[in-house]
Design a protein around this ligand. Structure first.
Ligand SMILES: NC(=O)C1=CN([C@@H]2O[C@H](COP(=O)(O)OP(=O)(O)OC[C@H]3O[C@@H](n4cnc5c(N)ncnc54)[C@H](OP(=O)(O)O)[C@@H]3O)[C@@H](O)[C@H]2O)C=CC1
Ligand SMILES: N[C@@H](CC=O)C(=O)O
Length: 815
């Protein structure tokens, strides 16, 4: 004997009932079958609605009643051949007349009891089972309709009736022993010994199937629904979920308790007790393998089987020194909650015994608080207890799996992945069975947390980086092109998905949680983008709340820097070539680094010095390995070096400056290169990274830009003024060249002193042969005392800078 239970979506229409007919026919061909059906999808809610409206004296219930009738009659018309329709239509009409009478009674009395509500709710299953039984007969199945109320005996706890298994099993066995026919019955409903209709709780049709299967010692219970099986997580909230092939009863129970709606939790118990396998199958896709629930858990390559969540949770905490060492507090707390029939979902108590926290349904919070306050009225008055604390807008997430038992580092992996992404955990519970670790987070973090944990346990070989890029100019635009070219490579070779989820320039911003199609970013931003505001950008990025988020700042703006601290606080990493933050006030630089460390986020700015060259990394490697920096001497401006190398006889200085801008070497405003500010910022950053507590004012900096150029009102204006000084620069250049020397702009950090300035260097200087837009950095250290450690190469340009930013982004993936 096999018991097949079909849910509401499986019988929602004539078309679906035909599909059910096919499935049942195939099963029947292999042996004895019993079928349990739910009400047609949506009908139970409509029945609750009509009963509420009627009991409120609102006659619009009649309208909904008509809709219920229409849906069933239409189904009959589409499903049954004409000669079978009359009898079934008559049955349904009679049933609906009975319902109408009951509703009329509720309307007149203006009241409803749990008992009459159960009676009204029973009509959904009664009608769907009657229709499908008739249909089965038309396709050659020897179907016989059974009424659940004659077989399932319960107490009178209406709405959630408790089954009398002894009597129920007896009746089921007797009923089935009298016939070989295909028994069809509506699930969800039962009756008391006095024949009062009861219901078994929402989702109770699964339970009916399980009760029948257990009573008949069936070889299998199949739950046919609208998904391919139990998933590793809710697919509406998590992408790339997987169907679980096999679960143990315990795992299925744990997952369904914590919100996986595929299975109604009580339905596991009867089949578990009889060791009857349960299979979850998809009526819409019968070929899919489904999920088998059996005694044994299988190894699926992960210590956990799934993650589930409940999003309507409140925490209630009882704190106070009066609890310490005093027995009976917990008992009184739980008795108070039980007296209000309040279900406790999670419990935590600190070993100091100073506090107990329970998680309950949010809708019970006010009632729970009142009950607790009245139970502990004396202790609260005497301050032995602090006022009861209620926290709302919370979610519980649970990871579930029998293989967690005795597997070290499951909780380590769970909480470190959450911590790295800035998800705060409010409460934790793990049973000693180690089947489940539950934790409480803010509602706003629930979806993100699900994705983080899912990725950590099921997609450990695949990671997603969600990138929010502000600044899509010379460097940012090149970065987008490089990422587009490498996206496929990272996915294939490293299972790393680079998803650009937000972009902005100073005018427009655009977001796409699924990743912006990079070949089109410009069009999309220009044509679809909304007006840019930094508050709006940050707000949207925080609202999206995606795991592994990175804010990439490719502007030269001070305002964008204002976004860093809150982003890091929220666990969003920062990658930037913008030097403003690290060369601004020392306390901001320090705070950003500390916040990143505290929040498990990264703050990476390798391209602040030397563009794509590994200057900061080299310095960090030296200091972290215990070396001591004695001196840093460096050419740090690619633009200035380019100017000194390309300015030749017959080539005007101003034309070379223009070229440096066109080639993307200079700052958006080239005066920042030429007045020495860019180099001053870089040497300041290196000194800070070497451990010095320095401010911008500590850098003695030489500006060789004529005052009129400096004072130009705009960049355009600057380029108009600059040619006036071509002769001035040419005189300096030719004098230096005549003497066999070259000009260089050199920064030095030594003995705590910082300076930058022009130098005339001869062929014996290491700076003489630094070509094009190259940088050269000499690190003199305790270990590199005789000859310095040298970093050399292109120190400016969009390609190398974007590559350095890209490398920082990838470093985050590799942490
Ligand atoms: N070029 C190089 O070799 C190197 C550059 N860097 C640094 O890279 C950064 C970017 O330089 P680069 O690409 O040349 O500059 P660009 O001027 O070409 O691009 C700047 C981008 O930032 C946008 N932007 C400016 N202000 C804001 C704002 N407040 N909000 C949103 N977007 C803004 C601009 O938008 P819009 O177009 O609308 O104005 C533009 O998209 C600079 O900090 C520079 O110091 C670092 C190392 C090397
Ligand atoms: N403008 C800078 C670019 C990198 O910071 C330079 O020329 O070095």
């Amino acid at each position: 004997m096999k018991v097949l239970k079909f849910g509401g979506t499986s019988v929602k229409s004539a078309e679906m009932m035909k599909q059910v007919g096919e499935i049942v026919k195939n099963a029947r061909a292999e042996g004895q079958v019993a079928v349990v059906v739910s009400a047609m999808s949506g009908i139970t809610d409509q029945l609750i609605n009509v009963s509420t409206l009627a009991s409120q004296g609102n006659d619009t219930y009649q309208q909904t009643l008509k809709e219920i009738e229409k849906k069933h009659l239409q189904c009959i018309q589409e499903l049954l051949p004409p000669q079978h329709q009359t009898r079934t239509v008559a049955t349904i009409k009679m049933t609906l007349n009975e319902l109408e009478d009951v509703l009329q009674g509720l309307f007149l009395l203006k009241e409803i009891s749990p008992k009459s509500r159960d009676f009204v709710m029973s009509f959904g299953e009664r009608m769907s089972s009657a229709i499908i039984t008739e249909y089965f007969k038309t396709i050659g199945l020897d179907a016989l309709l059974a009424d659940g109320r004659e077989l399932i005996v319960t107490d009178d706890n209406f709405g959630n009736a408790v089954v009398d298994f002894e009597e129920t099993d007896k009746r089921i066995r007797k009923y089935f022993s009298r016939t070989d026919k295909l028994i069809v019955m509506g699930g969800f409903i039962g009756a008391t010994v006095n024949n009062e209709t009861t219901t078994l709780g929402r989702g109770g049709s699964d339970y009916t199937g399980s009760i029948i299967a257990a009573a008949l010692q069936a070889k299998m219970l199949e739950i046919w629904t609208d998904v391919d099986g139990m998933m590793t997580a809710d697919p509406r909230k998590v992408r790339r979920t997987m169907v679980l092939k096999q679960l143990s009863y315990i795992e299925a129970l744990e997952l369904s308790h914590f919100g996986a709606k595929v299975l109604y939790p009580p339905s596991v118990q009867p089949v578990l007790a009889k060791n009857i396998p349960l299979k979850i199958k998809n009526t819409f896709n019968p070929a899919a393998e489904g999920t088998l629930v059996a005694r044994e858990s299988v190894d699926n390559g992960s210590p956990i089987k799934g993650i589930s969540s409940i999003d309507t949770v409140a925490l209630i905490s009882l704190n106070g020194s009066g609890m310490v060492g005093v027995s009976g507090f917990a008992k009184r707390l739980f008795s108070a909650l039980a007296s209000g029939r309040i279900n406790v979902i999670l419990i935590t108590q600190a070993s100091s015994e100073h506090s107990i926290t329970v998680a309950i349904n949010a809708s019970d919070a006010a009632k729970a608080k009142t009950l607790i306050e009245s139970e502990f009225v004396q202790e609260l008055k005497s301050n032995a207890l602090e006022p009861v604390v209620v926290e709302q807008d919370l979610s519980i997430l649970a990871i579930v799996g029998e293989n967690m038992r005795n597997t070290p580092n499951v909780s380590g992996k769970l909480f470190s992945s959450l911590g790295r992404n800035g998800v705060n955990v409010r409460a934790i519970a793990q049973g000693s069975s180690e089947n489940n670790i539950s934790f409480v987070t803010q509602n706003a973090d629930s979806r993100k947390a699900l994705n983080i944990v899912h990725e950590a346990f099921f997609l450990s070989d695949t990671r997603v980086l969600n990138i929010f890029l502000v600044g899509v100019g010379t460097v940012g635009g090149t970065l987008l092109r490089q990422m587009r070219e490498q996206q496929e490579y990272f996915l294939q070779e490293y299972n790393l998905e680079l998803r650009v989820t937000g972009i902005a320039n100073s005018r427009k911003m655009w977001f796409d949680e699924n990743g912006i199609h990079l070949p089109d970013w410009k069009n999309v931003l220009d044509n679809n983008g909304e007006a840019m505001s930094l508050g709006g950008f940050a707000g949207k990025m925080h609202e999206m709340n995606l795991r592994n988020s990175i804010l990439v700042d490719c502007t030269a703006s001070e305002d964008v820097v204002d976004l860093y601290e809150e982003s890091l606080q929220r666990g969003i990493s920062i990658v930037t070539p913008n030097k403003v933050a690290c060369s601004g006030r020392y306390d901001l630089y320090k705070r950003l680094k500390q916040t990143a460390t505290q929040r498990g986020a990264k703050f990476l700015f390798e391209t602040n010095v030397g563009a794509g060259l590994p200057v900061i990394k080299t310095l960090n490697d030296l200091t972290q390995s215990g070396d001591k920096i004695l001196k840093i001497e460096a050419i740090l401006s690619g633009t200035l070096n380019f100017l000194f190398n390309e300015h030749k006889a017959g080539v005007s200085f101003s034309s070379v400056v223009k070229k440096a801008k066109e080639l993307g070497y200079s700052e958006p405003d080239p005066r920042i290169d030429m007045n020495g500010l860019d180099v001053a910022r870089k040497i300041l950053i290196l000194s800070r990274e070497a451990g010095a507590k320095k401010e911008a004012k500590d850098v003695v900096s030489e500006n060789f830009l004529p005052e009129e150029c400096q004072k130009a009102t705009s960049i355009e204006d600057f380029f108009t003024v600059l040619p006036k000084y071509d002769d001035y620069f040419e005189t300096i250049r030719s004098d230096v060249e005549k003497a066999g020397n070259r000009q260089r702009y050199v920064a030095v950090y030594e003995n705590g002193n910082l300076s930058t300035g022009l130098r005339v260097v001869g062929p014996d200087s290491p700076f003489y042969q630094v070509e094009g837009n190259d940088n050269l950095v000499l690190f003199w250290t305790e270990r590199y005392k005789v000859r310095p450690l040298i970093v050399k190469g292109a120190g400016a340009g969009a390609e190398v800078t974007a590559a350095g930013i890209f490398a920082d982004i990838i470093r985050i993936a590799n942490f």
